[in-house]
Design a protein around this ligand. Structure first.
Ligand SMILES: Nc1nc2c(c(=O)[nH]1)N[C@H]1C(S)=C(S)[C@@H](COP(=O)(O)OP(=O)(O)OC[C@H]3O[C@@H](n4cnc5c(N)ncnc54)[C@H](O)[C@@H]3O)O[C@H]1N2
Ligand code: MOO
Ligand SMILES: [Mg+2]
Length: 440
């Protein structure tokens, strides 16, 4: 008789799984290679930026008090006593009605407290001495980039686990990180199961399909910040799959299998978990697609039995495996960020399970529009290419109409949110109300 599985809520599955989260260690990589990694420690400013008062313009450094009263009819004359470019320091103290020609980025000379832009100075020379006339007064502090105005020493600029984007790379360079402490990426093993699977390079044959899941999941692991290790595709044969799964466990931090996880005659994953003696955390989740997503723990190691159906596999990965990978990378915001958007098409058929519809985010009149893509079936692959959101439609006895407010999960998000915010947003979507429909 076919096994009856009891569905649990998405958030309960996440909570059970999070009891077995792990964090990795820290390694150093050259700054050139740091993009795409995650900070292994907080990035704290160990000096002020800028480190000295500097000029934001090409001009003349002056004492503001000497410019008092300068006007068109009563210009003030300054003697230019020297010149400095960025990187140079003017050694003397600047005195009354004196000025130093200064270039953008150069350190403000001692005695000066303002910079007059070149365009405002009428320059001339008398007996080989440079002068300029100024027809406008300057305030003390005018045109000066002050020490620490960009960032103060001691400021936490980015916390441990932050995705290193090009801006973070600039900060790392500013603070002298030739070698950057980054979180070691978790090794995530991928095994595809199915006797129908052809290798990507093989020609089609009746009854067979190409293995798309392995490569899709490989890319998803990378996007999530893990190190994918593809361990191959195997026929639906219990002994082969059991050996492959057991041998993989020593090589990886987490293991993903795709396919063979439902109740079919050749769905061997449940038996494999049983033979291993693994602790099944969930084998039915109240979601669509991906209801068969199975998560088990074996000696503290998490194994993800993702569905063979491409869309179900994709969604199962993003909701469960992705946060586990981000946890490993030390972030405290491992979940994908959510937003509220206007639903772009009807979903009239009620479903008791929460739906995660692949969608594309559009923008209209400053509002976000959640456009569903393609056929909403778990076995489709065509909807995935354009998907940059999952439209979350809470399960229940009613359907959804275009124009309603819904929660969308942002698939390309790097910042993330905590579990609490991820769940809180669900409540919002349940309270969603009818919009006038103007936006769709
Ligand atoms: N009697 C029932 N049948 C099914 C149930 C159920 O509850 N009772 N659940 C259905 C749901 S929901 C899903 S989802 C699928 C899950 O199936 P499996 O995870 O066991 O996966 P397979 O049976 O191996 O394959 C399903 C489907 O996906 C294709 N596939 C498999 N691997 C790949 C791959 N690497 N790349 C591309 N496509 C792949 C495979 O050919 C099948 O078409 O079960 C339902 N059945
Ligand atoms: O698990 Mo299946 O993907 O719900 O369709
Ligand atoms: Mg099956």
């Amino acid at each position: 008789m076919v096994e009856r599985r009891k569905p649990i809520k998405v958030q309960d599955a996440i909570q059970r799984m999070m009891n077995y989260k792990k964090t990795g260690s820290v390694q150093y990589v050259p700054i050139e290679d740091s993009y795409g990694h995650f900070l292994g420690q907080d990035l704290i400013a160990d000096h002020d930026v800028p480190f000295f008062d500097r000029s934001p313009y090409d001009g003349f450094a002056v004492r503001a008090m000497d410019t008092v009263g300068a006007s068109r009819s009563n210009p003030v004359t300054f003697e230019v006593i020297g010149e400095i470019g960025a990187g140079s320091v003017f050694q003397e103290e600047v005195g009354k009605k004196q000025a130093v020609r200064i270039m953008t980025g150069a350190m403000i000379p001692k005695g000066c407290d303002a910079v007059v832009m070149l365009e405002l100075a009428t320059e001339y020379e008398v007996n080989g001495v440079a002068y300029f006339d100024l027809k406008r007064s300057s305030k003390a502090g005018e045109n000066i980039s002050f020490t620490g105005e960009d960032t103060k020493k001691g400021t936490v600029l980015a916390s441990k686990g932050t995705f290193i984007n090009p801006g973070i790379v600039a900060l790392l360079a500013t603070f002298g990180y030739k070698e950057v402490p980054v979180s070691v990426k978790p090794k995530v093993g991928i095994i595809a199961t199915g006797s129908e699977l052809l290798e990507v390079g093989q020609s089609l044959e009746p009854g067979k399909i190409r293995n798309s899941n392995a490569y899709m999941v490989y890319a998803q692991v990378k996007r999530a910040g893990g190190e994918p290790i593809y361990l191959g595709q195997f026929s639906d044969d219990f002994d082969t799959c059991f050996i492959q799964v057991s041998e993989a466990l020593d090589k990886v931090d987490f293991l993903i299998t795709t396919g063979g996880v439902s109740v079919g005659d050749y769905d061997y994953l449940p038996e494999i978990y049983e033979k291993l003696g693994a602790n099944v955390l969930c084998n039915k989740i109240a979601m669509r697609p991906g209801s068969v997503t199975t998560i088990v723990e074996y000696n503290g190691q998490l194994l993800f039995g993702l569905s063979g159906n491409p869309s179900a596999c994709y969604v199962g990965f993003e909701l469960f495996t992705r946060p586990i990978i981000r946890e490993f990378l030390h972030t405290n915001t491992p979940f994908l960020k959510k937003e509220v958007a206007i639903l772009g098409a009807d979903f009239k058929k009620a479903n008791p399970f929460d739906r995660f519809v692949r969608g594309h985010l559009g923008f209209k009149d400053g509002r976000l529009i959640a456009n569903p893509i393609g056929l909403d079936k778990s076995n489709v692959v065509s909807s995935l290419g354009q998907a940059d959101i999952l439209i979350q439609l809470p399960g229940g006895s009613r359907g959804y109409e275009a124009g309603m407010e819904v929660s969308v999960i942002l698939l390309e998000d790097q910042e993330g949110v905590s579990f609490d915010s991820f769940i809180k947003q669900d409540i919002h979507s349940k309270r969603s109300k009818r919009n006038e429909g103007r936006y769709v």
